[in-house]
Design a protein around this ligand. Structure first.
Ligand SMILES: [Zn+2]
Length: 734
């Protein structure tokens, strides 16, 4: 591998020792086994989460694992792995200390609001430590020890994070010194100190990560940090979380139902966005880390498999070309000793690779690992190894951009009363995936840098926007860019203060009438009034379709057109519907050279929750109409379980098209059945009058005939079960 080895495709396995019998474990044998499976990077435990802070090497600083004796698994792994040309990354847990460390330094522990430490279990075997205490210097000295004494190729810093409020003496003192106020004890968004507190928590962790980076970075060494669960929340029903926030004492009564999520997090944080709990500032850390890395255990947060790809897209945009590594489930969680079925594992790897990211799996019990799943992983890894050249230097084919607004999520998504921006985004993304439209997910901080690369921007309930961001969107549309926006988009300023008028009302072509129309029942419909428009032409005139939910009441002005209006709900389910309220529910507008669609309801959330095909079609048609250009790539005869992605390899003048059969609704249970699909046609827009192109199907390495017509090339994929890559290049077959 070249100097910056992490820029080549990574296939990585973490060796987790806490559950293994370390006295008997033959780590050299395990490494040889991992080499056989086709992995090229091993992430080996050096500092553990359980027992907290235990060292799996001969440390003079950290307490060694009680069963270690004279053993040095780290040096054995490095020696054996390097013989097989496998890179070794040192896993360092940056959160958990043990009982004796806690007893010696009780002021090092993170504290919940009630002042109690955060413990993994009642024996205090693992206690969460605070990076604002001297634990930080202690940990840095351990990192230095590993860095100086072992030939590691990188560091993996896990859980460099808050897992508490944190209401420890160090945090209270530091906050007062830096912000000049007392550390707040309750969430209050009307108080500027609260805004400062949330930002301060992010900054503390970013600085902690910076210090870890500085201590460990060397030439040829990759440094990366766990970013936990982006675009996800703890799956607590809104009503329950409101109740628990008001009455935390009730949490004990709910027992095991809550134990999985409250084992590591105090009850006062259950409503928070997960990266907000951790203080994980994706963009700030991406500025210096070498690899963007997400931990995506989907069952834990009740997300579908395609969420991996959405996160990968976000990571690729944030990283601006840095590799994206995705830790996903290998075990059938919570039974991590048992592998997931082949179908789920094959699709997971396909989903990750198809989104231009790299797979990582954790081997929790290397001595008793379930062979079946690891053989599946090995089969994929060895297959992928042959196609490394098609998996690097990828730049997505730009069509649509879906905006993830960190501001909106921080401000509103932990409020149980509000419709979450992230859920609206997930619903929009699902519709686009199922309709095979190409899109990236960009962060609000990248709007200025990246927006002009796209044909159409999608703002799914992006409530909080700065004046500057609104201006960027305005200019984009004025110059011909398309816009699709939903629900409360631009109704608040960047700090979440509600505005008298919708910020982008001029672009949407509507005025806000100052109140919301709340939808209380599911008998809420909109009636299509104009089906001559491309958005609604698939529907009949006067068709009733469910509304997109609660919405601001608006009226159109200028050239803006309302295609449908809201019908009043019946007094009771099955009673006759009420009157036509005339309130617009789908609005189309021209603003400068650009086309705009505004759905005042949260159509993304509606689609995520109910999956109505009419909503999916509306979202997709809105995006296509607003883009106002031919699709760069389209498919025919392709079921909506299949996801399409496409990348340019600009240095090679190559197009890499991926199809993966991964779109399912399973959030709790693994995918266990996948059908083969046949004769999917892929159409590619090309500039030539008489195009001559060639295509190769991966992994078969089979040539695919390309049919060229003026401005387009078509090819057929004979069969697809899990995933396929199509490599398209100019010219005749070689
Ligand atoms: Zn603290």
């Amino acid at each position: 591998m070249s100097e910056e080895w992490w820029k080549k495709p990574i296939r990585m396995i973490t060796l987790e020792f806490p559950g293994a019998d370390i006295k008997k474990l033959n780590v050299r044998k395990v490494v040889r086994e991992i080499a056989r499976l086709g992995a090229n990077v091993i992430n080996v435990f050096t500092i553990s989460y359980w027992p907290g802070g235990a060292a799996y090497y001969q440390s003079r600083i950290a307490s060694k694992h009680p069963d270690l004796n004279d053993h040095d698994p780290l040096s054995e792994v490095i020696d054996e792995a390097h013989k097989h040309d496998i890179k070794v990354v040192a896993y360092v847990n940056c959160l958990w200390g043990n009982k004796s460390l806690y007893e010696k330094h009780p002021d090092w522990a993170q504290r919940k609001l009630n002042g109690q430490p955060n413990i993994m279990e009642p024996t205090y075997t693992s206690v969460a430590m605070c990076p604002n205490s001297s634990y930080r210097d202690y940990l840095l000295s351990i990192v230095e020890e590993i860095s100086d004494n072992y030939d590691v190729d990188g560091f993996y810093f896990d859980e460099a994070a808050f897992t508490s409020w944190c209401n420890c003496t160090n945090c209270r003192k530091l906050f007062e010194e830096q912000i000049g106020e007392k550390l707040p004890k309750k969430s209050d968004w009307s108080d500027p100190i609260w805004h400062n507190f949330i930002k301060w928590r992010y900054d503390c962790i970013t600085n902690f990560k910076k210090s870890l980076y500085k201590k460990s970075k060397k030439k040829n060494r990759a440094i990366f940090f766990q970013h936990a669960f982006p675009l996800a929340f703890f799956p607590i029903p809104a009503g329950l979380s409101t109740m628990l926030t008001a009455h935390p004492e009730l949490s004990g009564m709910l027992g095991s139902a809550l134990s999985e999520m409250t084992a590591r997090f105090p009850i006062e944080l259950v409503n928070w966005y997960i990266p907000q709990i951790y203080g994980s500032d994706l963009q700030a850390v991406a500025e210096f880390e070498d690899v963007i890395h997400f931990e995506l255990y989907r069952r834990f947060v009740q997300r579908p498999l395609w969420w991996y790809g959405i996160c990968a897209r976000l990571g690729r945009s944030v990283g601006g070309g840095k590799p994206v590594l995705i830790l996903n489930m290998q075990g059938n969680s919570p039974f991590d000793l048992v592998s997931l079925p082949e179908e789920e594992l094959m699709l997971a790897i396909g989903e990750i690779v198809a989104n231009g990211a790299q797979p990582l799996f954790a081997m929790y019990y290397p001595d008793v690992a379930d062979r079946r799943g690891w053989e599946t992983v090995g089969k994929c890894f060895t297959e992928l190894r042959e196609f490394d050249k098609y998996l690097t230097d990828l730049e997505s084919v730009k069509f649509a951009a879906v905006l993830h607004s960190q501001k909106t999520t921080d401000r509103f998504d932990s409020d149980a009363e509000k419709t979450r921006h992230v859920d609206c985004l997930m619903g929009i993304c699902k519709a686009l995936l199922q309709e095979h439209l190409l899109f990236d997910v960009i962060l609000d901080k990248q709007l200025k840098r990246d927006l002009q690369n796209y044909k159409v921007l999608i703002l799914p309930n992006v409530s909080c926007m700065s004046e500057n961001e609104k201006e960027i969107v305005r200019e984009f549309v004025k110059n011909g860019g398309g816009l699709v926006a939903t629900y409360e988009t631009s109704m608040h300023d960047e700090r979440g203060n509600v505005q008298a008028e919708i910020g982008l009302s001029d672009v949407f072509g509507v005025n806000y009438l100052g109140h919301e129309k709340k939808v209380f029942s599911y008998d809420s419909y909109m009636q299509i009034k104009d089906n001559n428009h491309p958005l609604t032409q698939h529907l009949s005139k006067f068709a009733l379709i469910p509304t997109a939910g609660t919405q601001p009441v608006v009226k159109t002005f200028g050239g803006a057109k309302s295609l449908a209006s809201l019908i009043e709900e019946p007094v009771v389910h099955y009673a006759p519907l009420g009157e036509d309220t005339g309130v617009p529910t789908i609005i189309v507008n021209q603003y400068g050279k650009g086309r705009v669609v505004y759905f005042p309801g949260s159509i993304g959330l509606r689609y995520l929750n109910f999956g109505l095909p009419d909503h999916r079609k509306l979202i997709a048609e809105a995006v296509k109409w607003a883009a106002n250009c031919p699709l760069p790539i389209s498919v025919d005869n392709c079921p909506n379980t299949i996801e399409l992605t496409a990348f340019k390899q600009s240095r090679k003048d190559r197009l890499i098209i991926n199809l993966v059969n991964s779109i399912r609704d399973n959030i709790q249970k693994p995918i266990t059945h996948v059908c083969s699909e046949h004769n999917i046609q892929v159409n590619i827009k090309v500039p030539e009058e008489k195009p001559v192109y060639r295509a190769k199907l991966i992994p078969e390495k089979a040539d695919l005939p390309c049919e060229g017509r003026k401005g387009s090339v078509s090819l057929k994929i004979p069969e697809l079960k899990y995933y396929k890559i199509v490599v398209v290049e100019k010219g005749q077959k070689e």
